[in-house]
Write a protein that binds this ligand. Structure first.
Ligand SMILES: [Mg+2]
Length: 404
C-alpha cells in the first residue's frame, strides 16, 4: 500500500527501478518539502502587527501569524514615531487576512487611502510589504528572490568602506571644502576647494576604486551646474542628488550638462515618482529605498520600468538589516542591478545569525527563507527608545536654514 507521501509518479518509477528507487525518491521528496513550513493551500492569517522605534531612528514592523511564522520589515527614519503609529493603523485591515497575497495587500493599503504616496504613507506600506514577503518566503521555505524568478546573479557588488579584507573597491564621498557648498551661487574659492579635495581622494585611491559623490540635495542648482563640470576631470563614478529631487526638470537640466551619470531616488516614492525621473532622463542610476519607495513589490516594478531605459538600480540603504536583506533579494531578482549601498554592513547588534561573509567586494545572495535574515529580538529590544531629533542646519554667516 502506498504511503501518504508517495504519489503516482513515485509508484510508477518504483515499478521501473525497484523498491530502492521508491525509498530514495520518497526520502528526496521529504527533504524537499520539509523546507516549507506550510503548503500553498494551507490556511494562514495575520494575527498581530507590532512596531519598534530604535534610538537611532530605525523603525521595524513585525507581523505575527497563526502558523507561528513571523515577518519583519523596516520603515522610514524621519518621522519614526508617525511611521510606527501608521503601521499599527494598517492592522485594522491586515489582521485576519492571508499574508501571502502580497501584491493585493500593497494595492489595498495604497489605494484604500484617499491620500496616497509621500514618505510616511509609502514607508508604512514598504515595511509591511517586506514583512509580508518575509512570511511568504518562510511559508514555502525559500528566499524571496526564488518567488520572483531569481536568482539573477550569484553575488551582489556593494559599496561602502574600501577595505582589502572585504575587497570593497567602491565608495561615496560628500562635496566638501572648508564647509559644504550650500550657498546659492558659490564663488571660485569654494568650487576650487571642493574640486581639490575630490582630486586628492581620487589620487589617494587611484583609478581602481569607484568613487561616487553625493551632493545630498544640499547644493543649489547654480552651484551644482559649476561643480558637475569642475569635478568631471577626476571621473566621479556618479553624481548623487545633485539638487533636491522635488523639481525633476531642474535635475534633468543639470544632468544634460555632464556625461557623468546622475544618480537619485532616495527621496522618490512609488512607480509614479520614478516614472517622471526616468522619462525626463533626470537620472541614469536609480536609487530607490526599499523602506520608503514601496517595498520589495514596488522596487521590482521600478526596476522593470528602468530596464526599458537601460537604467540600472542601486538601492539606497542608510538603515538596518531588513533594509539590506530586502534590497539583496531585489538584487537577486532583477537583471539591471548595479551596486548595493552599504552592503558591507554586518548588523551583528541586531541579527541572530551573521550574514554570509563579504568576498572580493561582493556579498553572497541570501538563501535563508524569506528576507534571508533572523532578527534577534532581545538585541533589538535593547535598542528601543526615543528616536533622534530633527537635524536642522544653519548658515553660520547669516543664520538662515540650509539643506544638509
Ligand atoms: Mg544619498
Amino acid at each position: 500500500m502506498m504511503g501518504q507521501t508517495t504519489n503516482r509518479r513515485d509508484f510508477l518509477q518504483s515499478l521501473i527501478y525497484g523498491p530502492t528507487a521508491l525509498l530514495t525518491l520518497g526520502a528526496f521528496n521529504t527533504v524537499r518539502t520539509s523546507a516549507a513550513a506550510i503548503g500553498p493551500n494551507d490556511k494562514i492569517k495575520v494575527t498581530k502587527v507590532e512596531t519598534f522605534v530604535l534610538r537611532n531612528s530605525w523603525v521595524f514592523v513585525k507581523l505575527s501569524t497563526d502558523a507561528g511564522i513571523t515577518g519583519w520589515g523596516e520603515m522610514l527614519k524621519d518621522d519614526a514615531k508617525a511611521c510606527a503609529a501608521g503601521a499599527l493603523e494598517v492592522a485594522d485591515y491586515l489582521v485576519g487576512k492571508d499574508p501571502r497575497r502580497v501584491t493585493h495587500h500593497w494595492q489595498a493599503i495604497h489605494r484604500g487611502a484617499f491620500y496616497r504616496g509621500g514618505p510616511i504613507k509609502t514607508a508604512i506600506s514598504s515595511g509591511i510589504d517586506q514583512a509580508l514577503w518575509d512570511i511568504t518566503g518562510k511559508c514555502y521555505g525559500v528566499p524571496v528572490h526564488r518567488l520572483m524568478g531569481g536568482p539573477t546573479r550569484d553575488r551582489v557588488r556593494v559599496y561602502g568602506k574600501v577595505d582589502s579584507r572585504t575587497g570593497v573597491n567602491a565608495m561615496k564621498v560628500s562635496p566638501r571644502g572648508s564647509r559644504t557648498p550650500f550657498k546659492h551661487a558659490e564663488g571660485l574659492k569654494m568650487i576650487d576647494e571642493v574640486t581639490e579635495r575630490f582630486a586628492a581622494i581620487r589620487e589617494r585611491y587611484g583609478r581602481g576604486v569607484d568613487i561616487g559623490i553625493d551632493f545630498h540635495g544640499a547644493v543649489q542648482p547654480t552651484t551644482a551646474a559649476s561643480l558637475v563640470k569642475a569635478l568631471e576631470p577626476y571621473h566621479p563614478w556618479f553624481y548623487e542628488e545633485i539638487v533636491q529631487a522635488l523639481n525633476v526638470d531642474v535635475m534633468a537640466e543639470i544632468a544634460r550638462k555632464t556625461h557623468i551619470p546622475i544618480a537619485t531616488g532616495e527621496r522618490i516614492f512609488t512607480k509614479w515618482g520614478f516614472r517622471e525621473i526616468i522619462e525626463k532622463r533626470a537620472a541614469t542610476i536609480l536609487q530607490p529605498d526599499i523602506c520608503y519607495a514601496g517595498g520589495i513589490t514596488e522596487l521590482k516594478i521600478i526596476a522593470g520600468m528602468a530596464e526599458a531605459y537601460y537604467t540600472p538600480i542601486a538601492p539606497h540603504n542608510p538603515q538596518g538589516p531588513c533594509s539590506l536583506a530586502a534590497s539583496l533579494q531585489i538584487a537577486a531578482s532583477v537583471p539591471n542591478f548595479l551596486v548595493q549601498e552599504r552592503g558591507d554592513n554586518e548588523y551583528s547588534d541586531l541579527l541572530a545569525k551573521p550574514l554570509p561573509p563579504m568576498k572580493d567586494g561582493y556579498r553572497p545572495i541570501l538563501t535563508d527563507p524569506g528576507l534571508g535574515i533572523s532578527i534577534d529580538e532581545e538585541k533589538l529590544m535593547a535598542q528601543v527608545g526615543e528616536p533622534s531629533e530633527y537635524r536642522t542646519r544653519y548658515d553660520k554667516d547669516d543664520g538662515s536654514v540650509v539643506d544638509w
